[in-house]
Design a protein around this ligand. Structure first.
Ligand SMILES: NC(=O)c1ccc[n+]([C@@H]2O[C@H](COP(=O)([O-])OP(=O)(O)OC[C@H]3O[C@@H](n4cnc5c(N)ncnc54)[C@H](O)[C@@H]3O)[C@@H](O)[C@H]2O)c1
Length: 343
């Protein structure tokens, strides 16, 4: 019998790519999404790629009763990948209660249910933001957790603590927190990709929107950081690699051969690229010239972050395979498709 996996936020950017990867590995998927940051069209995109329409429930996970009803209806779910959350750092500063409610109450309601089951597997979307500006690079999983710089970042730190504490007293529950570095790119089919609402906060959607003409110019925030070219350094990981990592992490939990019932993994490429390097790579891989200007530093940006991926490489037997050029090329193909649709 196929295992049934609940993917919350499965119509979002990383969730939709993971649904595809799960289906392609033979898992049955049921998605919960309230469409607060995604479109129902994503379901058709997923179906086009895999020829399988996942089950879909339009539920707001803040509704505890609806969550309980869901688990009553789908009592055969034996794994949960929890993507659903709000993720805009700036918005979280302006509206902290929205973030604490949406990112933590949803997690608690799901764990309350899973902790009652004989056995349950749970994967949590965490972030490299928990490290802040790390003392040394690359960053491994033992690096200290720094004071969060935003309510959003804090929800990831608290979320991890909630899971760890729950696993301690519920040995029936096995969980992994995956700390993503900077997910970019789109499915090569261009059926699914990133759909930022409003002004993108991340570099790559800003680049593609500028290149397509939706925005006049890209602002590079600061070129006086202590890096080789003065711009900030991040670890950009193709969403296809990220999606695959969720499948292997889930399989690891299901195999039941882990030393502990709670673990944490970095997901990145292990390589840092500066903003100017990303711009260069974009221009090289797409042949598009990009208009950009250097402006003042942006508050809250750290200088550099990239992952030590040895733990995921050895324990999960996973590594990122796609290059930065490939990721940017796919993001560009996706942007062109979105633009054509909007036209
Ligand atoms: N994209 C990144 O750069 C990044 C980096 C690190 C961590 N993360 C984390 O990864 C996860 C997925 O990120 P993403 O980029 O795919 O985001 P996304 O916004 O594209 O996807 C999240 C999905 O969850 C849904 N959702 C939100 N609140 C919900 C609720 N209460 N009930 C039901 N559905 C709800 C949204 O409609 C959306 O489809 C998030 O937890 C995010 O914090 C993302």
């Amino acid at each position: 019998m196929k295992s049934k996996i609940l993917v919350t936020g499965g119509l979002g950017f990383i969730g939709s790519h993971t649904v595809v990867a799960l289906q392609q590995q033979g898992f049955e998927v049921v998605i919960i999404d309230n469409l607060s940051n995604s479109s129902i069209d994503v379901l058709a995109g997923i179906t086009k790629i895999t020829q399988i329409t996942p089950e879909f429930e339009n539920i707001d996970l803040r509704n505890k009763e609806a969550v309980n009803e869901f688990f009553e209806k789908y009592d055969d779910v034996n794994g949960v990948i929890h993507f659903a959350a709000s993720k805009a750092v700036g918005e979280s500063v302006e509206n902290p209660l929205l973030y604490y409610e949406n990112n933590l109450s949803t997690l608690i309601y799901i764990l309350q249910h899973l902790s009652k089951k004989d056995s349950a597997n749970f994967i949590f979307s965490s972030s490299c933001t928990v490290y802040g500006q790390a003392d040394s690079l690359p960053i491994n999983e033992n690096a200290p957790i720094k004071k969060a710089m935003s309510p959003y970042g804090n929800t990831k730190q608290i979320g991890e603590e909630i899971i760890k504490d729950t696993c301690k007293v519920h040995p029936n529950l096995s969980a992994i927190s995956l700390r993503y570095f900077n997910p970019i790119g789109a499915h090569p089919s261009t059926e699914i990709g990133e759909l930022p609402i409003g002004t993108p906060q991340n570099l790559v959607p800003f680049i593609t929107q500028t290149a397509i003409g939706k925005r006049e110019q890209l602002s590079v925030f600061g070129n006086d950081y202590p890096t080789s070219d003065g711009t900030c350094i991040r670890d950009y990981i193709h969403v296809m690699d990220l999606a695959k990592a969720h499948v292997v992490a889930l399989q690891k939990l299901m195999n039941g051969n882990s030393e502990s019932n709670y673990d944490v993994f970095n997901l990145g490429t292990g390589k840092g690229n500066s903003v100017l390097e990303v711009i260069e790579s974009f221009q090289r891989s797409t042949g598009k010239k990009l208009a950009y200007k250097i402006v003042d530093r942006r508050e809250g940006d750290i200088t550099a972050a990239y992952a030590d991926t040895h733990k995921a490489n050895s324990v999960l037997n996973w590594r990122a395979e796609h290059s930065l050029d490939e990721a940017l090329e796919s993001a560009w193909k996706w942007e062109k498709k979105v633009f054509k649709k909007e036209d």
